[in-house]
Design a protein around this ligand. Structure first.
Ligand code: NAP
Ligand code: ZN
Length: 347
């Protein structure tokens, strides 16, 4: 194989994704060339494939990646060839009113690696040095791929202002919910309930620190949690909506105790509407906040993952080579699956 080319999974148009041999990218002065060790498949990749999330094909998707630096631009400092790095894919412009206000996740000109420019479903990615964070070289090479989703969960947990002894419910047991359960435990919550339909995920959540789980198909979640005979009569301090469906959004307002906080992390389809009672919001002084992306949390996510404080291995359902990435992205997740990692070079 020509050393100037590489394999990349190209989204060529909505509904069209294929493995291609492309030019190996050349890092600019401020860039690192990173050899991908692992890149996670996220629901957003599936949305890009189906045209449900704006992007500009042709592009190489993949925004949850980490790898080893193979080359550096001549203005790079603080990184060396051979370092392991994780990339924060969300590049803010630094010049718009939101960036100037420190709200970089709301940047008007957000340029995300793996969405607007080529990402990690490839052998190599170009990573601007300001988006790169060092990981230990003795870390399992798959763990760095979890920094981006963990950074998004950290933002949600920061907004929730959990205190030692807080009670929490997480709605939705995908990777975001299961990482949020772990962060809630680290933040000092002592009651951590997870609601998700699949039994295997409820069992996993209990191993990862959930103190109780609820099957939303088995009965009324509000009764089971906030009812007089529920797990937390009157409701919980903090609700994390991590499923992105109407049912859980509507439940979330009713699961919070008076004075409680609801954090909306799940991405609902645009245009979807949910019902709530404004009187209830007022009378019980609920705080409802949206949590979008990972502003200034990637470094902490990398440090948490490097510390081993987050259980990662049990969240990895499958590792597939680049050759199989298109199939994974074009199809819905298999039952029980939590995170699929694309590992270039894996046989
Ligand atoms: P995911 O794997 O799809 O997890 C969501 C899970 O919610 C589903 O797998 C499903 O698991 C569960 N669910 C569905 N209906 C439910 C119900 N009625 N009650 C309880 N659980 C229900 O996705 P993910 O990767 O964990 O991401 C979760 C959400 O966060 C997605 O909407 C994603 O787009 C969003 N997200 C947001 C950010 C951000 O910055 N805010 C970042 C990343 C992801 P069961 O089949 O077990 O019920
Ligand atoms: Zn900006």
């Amino acid at each position: 194989m020509d050393a100037r080319t590489m394999k990349a999974m190209r989204l060529e148009a909505v509904g069209s994704i294929a493995l291609r041999q492309v030019d190996k990218p050349i890092p600019g002065a401020d860039d690192l060339l990173v050899r991908i060790e692992a890149c996670g498949v996220c629901g957003t990749d599936r949305h890009l494939f189906h045209g449900e999330f704006p992007c500009r094909p042709p592009v190489t998707p993949g925004h949850e990646f980490s790898g080893i630096i193979e080359a550096i631009g001549n203005a790079v400092s603080g990184f060396a060839v051979g370092d392991r790095v994780t990339g924060d894919p969300n590049i803010a412009c630094g010049r718009c009113p939101h960036c100037h206000a420190g709200r970089v996740n709301l940047c008007r000109n957000l340029n995300a690696i793996g969405i607007h420019r080529d990402g990690g479903f490839a052998e190599y990615v170009v990573l601007p040095q300001k988006q790169a964070f060092i990981l230990p070289t003795d870390l399992p090479p798959t763990h760095g791929a979890f920094c981006e989703p963990l950074g998004c969960c950290l933002h949600g947990v920061d907004l929730a202002e959990i205190r030692p002894g807080s009670s929490v419910i997480v709605l939705g047991g995908g990777v975001i919910g299961l990482l949020t359960v772990q962060l809630a435990r680290l933040a000092g919550a002592t009651t951590i309930i997870l609601s998700t339909r699949q039994a295997s995920r409820r069992a996993l959540a209990e191993e990862l620190g959930a103190t109780a789980t609820v099957d939303p198909t088995a009965g009324d979640v509000i009764d089971a949690v906030a009812g007089p005979a529920g797990l937390m009569p009157g409701g919980v301090d903090v609700v994390f909506e991590c499923a992105g469906v109407r049912d859980t959004v509507e439940q979330s307002m009713r699961l919070a105790r008076a004075g409680g906080t609801v954090v909306i992390v799940g991405v609902t389809p645009q245009g979807m509407r949910a019902e709530f009672e404004p009187f209830d919001l007022l009378f019980r002084e609920l705080k409802v906040v949206g949590s979008f992306l990972n502003p200034y949390t990637h470094r902490r996510a990398a440090e948490l993952i490097a510390s081993g404080a987050i259980e990662i291995d049990r969240l990895i359902s499958r590792q597939v080579p680049l050759e199989e990435a298109a199939d994974v992205i074009a199809n819905p997740p298999a039952p029980g699956e939590v995170k699929v990692l694309v590992v270039p070079g894996r046989p």
